[in-house]
Unconditional design. Structure first.
Length: 260
């Protein structure tokens, strides 16, 4: 079975790596969009068209399940994509892990892109899932872009700026952009000791597997990983291989764990 994962850049790696670890026989089709990245500043209509077109290519290539491991794509295009593909092709979106963080902690910061931080969507999640909690919304300017470029200095500067804007008494930080788990160790090092990080990648992967199992079709495959770059056949960019998740997907590590 082929699972198509759609994101503009490396934000798909954490969820993809969890799928590889949990169900290694699945075939993964990673559809990135370097020509159109980043998606966050783009108009909603542009993002919807881009996601729908990319999903059509994935389905035409045999994908039976589509995953949007991207908050921008999920906020903007998830409803449109489900209507576009109908019920025959399950579509799994991404939601920042505000609910589990609020279930355990009172003082929370949500690190996200500037667009997500300013969105009504994130505000609703905080209102719905963190009532009575103190929640600080922290815009991490340039962090996702620096991760995509493999710009270590840019990553450090963006993390330091976000950490400086984060209240010193927070107990938990929600990684509200799917790129951020790739630099979770650097984020944790910039925060006070004892702060817990929450991200949604594993939950999205497990939901994807539940949807696959509900199809009642053979879910076996060859374990292949195929990459599309703005509609062209390609391979994982060099910046992906700087991360364990990218190396795992490229077959450059043997261990079946992403907790390295």
């Amino acid at each position: 079975m082929i699972v198509g994962l759609i994101d503009s850049g490396l934000g798909m790696l954490p969820t993809s790596a969890h799928l590889r670890t949990l169900r290694p026989e699945l075939d993964l089709f990673l559809l990135m969009d370097p020509d159109g990245a980043p998606w966050g500043p783009k108009a909603d209509e542009w993002v919807v068209d881009r996601v729908l077109g990319t999903a059509d290519r994935a389905v035409a290539s045999g994908a039976e399940v589509i995953v949007l491991p991207c908050n921008t794509a999920s906020v903007t295009a998830l409803t449109h994509l489900r209507a576009h593909l109908g019920t025959a092709v399950p579509v799994v979106g991404t939601v920042p892990a505000i609910k589990p963080a609020a279930a355990e902690h009172d003082r929370i910061a949500v690190w996200a892109t500037a667009a997500t931080t300013a969105s009504a969507y994130q505000a609703r999640l905080i209102e719905d899932f963190a009532p009575g909690r103190t929640v600080s919304a922290i815009a991490c300017h340039g962090l996702a872009d620096a991760i995509d470029r493999g710009d270590r200095d840019g990553i450090s500067r963006a993390i330091d700026a976000a950490a400086a804007a984060t209240p010193s008494d927070v107990e938990a930080v929600v990684l509200g952009c799917t790129h951020y788990p790739l630099v979770a160790a650097e984020i944790a090092a910039a925060l006070p000791d004892g702060v817990t990080l929450f991200d949604s990648a594993e939950a999205v992967a497990r939901q994807t597997l539940r949807r696959i199992d509900q199809l009642g079709r053979p879910a076996s495959g060859s374990g292949a990983v195929t990459v599309s770059l703005s509609g062209r056949d390609g391979s994982l960019p060099a910046s992906a291989l700087a991360h364990h998740e990218g190396r795992l997907l490229a077959g450059l590590v043997l261990e079946q764990s992403i907790d390295q």
